[in-house]
Design a protein around this ligand. Sequence first.
Ligand SMILES: O=C(O)CCC(=O)C(=O)O
Length: 341
Amino acid sequence: MTDPLDIPLIDISSNNDHAAGKAMLDAAVKFGFLYVDSRSSCFTQSDVQGAFDISKEFFHLPRDEKSLYKRGSDVSASSPYFKMDSNVSRSQNKGWVGMMVETLDPEHHEINQSLPPSLMKREKDISNFVDLCNRTCNRVPSNFFTSQHDPSKGLTGNSLRLLYYPEDVTGYCPGKDIRAGAHSDYGSVTLLFQLPGQPGLEILTPDESWAPVPVYPRGIQGDFPFPPILVNIGDMLSYWTDGLLKSTVHRVVFPDSDADGGNQRSESRDRYSIAFFCQPVESTELGPIPSDLVSSYRQRKAEDASVTIGYGGGSSALNTSQRKTITAKGHLQARLNATYV
Ligand SMILES: O=C(O)CCC(=O)C(=O)O
């Protein structure tokens, strides 16, 4: 197996730290991934622990109860949950997804769906967690970024996803099956929260091998209130920069017992993670931004017809002379349509 990569850990406590901004840019160009030091984030330990508690509470519900909210299911009139949201129809329900049902792990885009009762009672905490995620995403040092993600300009399609990969799945073969198939993320950036001792994320390196991304950055010891937040660049930042920032392909595997970068043995074969997918306003066009860095990169690279943005269904070629500018909504729909067959 390939060694874990030296993905940097970045302190985002200061708004005007140029060195941190440069380190972010370099990591986004080289890996498409970086860690945000949890000590410098706006989250407290209890914010993150609370979000994982909510997730565990939901996933421990009986299967029948979760099934009411799975993608494509209908909440029937006889269901005790029907009264919660009589507007939830078969096509609108984009909630819980059972293991091995989807081909990969995108965000669910529906925004008007009521929460299941167990989540409903924690609505305030979930909403607070989402606010903190938004604040963190808006620390990307660029006015362009914040203005494209300004919710006062329209729907953004941001989404929070609670993920659980159970240890015991009937018919599951650890050496062969993977937990989340290879994909790139569709939005602008993703924040990933992980739990100690529950590794499994891998990224595809330029030489086409899979490198593990440990929960804690390689070789870094510290007294973290919770594991660093893993940030990854999504397709849209790649579009805006003509591929300069990498929307890196990643997947989640069933880990070896010592796969956590040598930092920590995996204690649990379960994996809980929380992903926040940050999306620009739906009407945002995904053409290249005016930037010397981007234009010089374009001249060197982007006319290469083999360069694509995104990986998996719905991804498209980055050939600037042939490409039609698409919107954030158009890209998201193309990728979701290709994912949920
Ligand atoms: O579960 C994880 O850690 C990663 C999830 C992921 O890659 C995704 O949902 O896009």
